[in-house]
Write a protein that binds this ligand. Structure first.
Ligand code: ZN
Length: 258
């Protein structure tokens, strides 16, 4: 059940992940944006690719799929059921709560709509990792393209409900930009200051700020902190519901320029 996670940056700021179940050598790449970096990482690590996992159908998460399938025709494509069949070459469609076994590593599929209607995450409880695409980012969250604010809020709450020591492997390096926005809505949160300082230090050294932990996000990510008195005061919405606060935050972020 030991899982090796090899993280690599592609395009401008996308993270792709090569997952290797260490007992069996079975492997999967999560959301290959383009094919060549995956091929290089496979070669460098002497890994044969078995699966592609998709979290959602956006181009920067699936465009590596067709060329990888051309090179490795035996690779199986895993993803959630999508009403519009937008995942190229999909061969294994999973439902909410269904378990997929990558060798001896079990991944539970969580359907988390909002960014897209069929967006999903792959959660390994034993390994304390979740691959959540563009739902929750370090100190931020994805844009809402195919759902209501409430839908997205509920999806984020499901990630927040995982154990605090779960590592969140999101799909983009956005932490510092997200922190700049978070600072405008909760500047008195010392946890947020600490996370920003840590992110700046890591980025100065060329080190990814991802993954972060569920417990850390709950303390500093404004989109998981709709209950915060400070955020509510700054939004001038003390009596709003959590979903209403979430909507205000998301709209504000949509118009935010760092
Ligand atoms: Zn996306």
């Amino acid at each position: 059940m030991a899982l090796k996670v090899i993280q690599f940056l592609v395009l401008d700021d996308n993270y792709n992940y090569l997952l290797v179940d260490e007992d069996t050598g079975k492997s999967a790449v999560v959301d290959p944006s383009v094919a060549l970096p995956t091929m290089r990482v496979l070669q460098e690590n002497d890994v044969k690719l078995d699966y592609i996992f998709h979290t959602h159908h956006h181009y920067d998460h699936v465009d590596g799929n067709p060329p990888l399938l051309k090179t490795f025709p035996d690779v199986k494509v895993v993803g959630p059921k999508d009403p519009e069949n937008r995942f190229p070459n999909i061969s294994i469609e999973l439902d909410e709560g269904e378990v997929f076994e990558l060798g001896n590593t079990k991944f539970e599929l969580m359907v988390l709509p909002g960014h897209t209607i069929s967006h999903c995450a792959y959660y390994s409880k034993e390994n304390k990792v979740v691959f959540c695409g563009d739902v929750l980012f370090s100190l931020g969250c994805g844009k809402i393209f195919e759902g209501s604010y409430e839908t997205m809020y509920n999806s984020l709450q499901r990630i927040a409900g995982l154990p605090d020591d779960t590592q969140i492997y999101c799909a983009h390096e956005y932490t510092i930009d997200n922190a700049a926005f978070a600072m405008t809505v909760e500047p008195d949160n010392p946890e947020l200051h600490a996370r920003l300082a840590q992110a700046e230090e890591l980025q100065d050294q060329g080190i990814p700020t991802v993954p972060s932990l569920v417990g850390e996000e709950k303390k500093a990510n404004p989109f998981l902190r709709c209950f915060s008195d400070e955020i509510r005061t700054r939004l001038d919405a003390k009596d709003a519901t959590d979903v209403e606060i979430f909507e205000k935050l998301r709209r504000k972020k949509d118009n935010f320029k760092a």
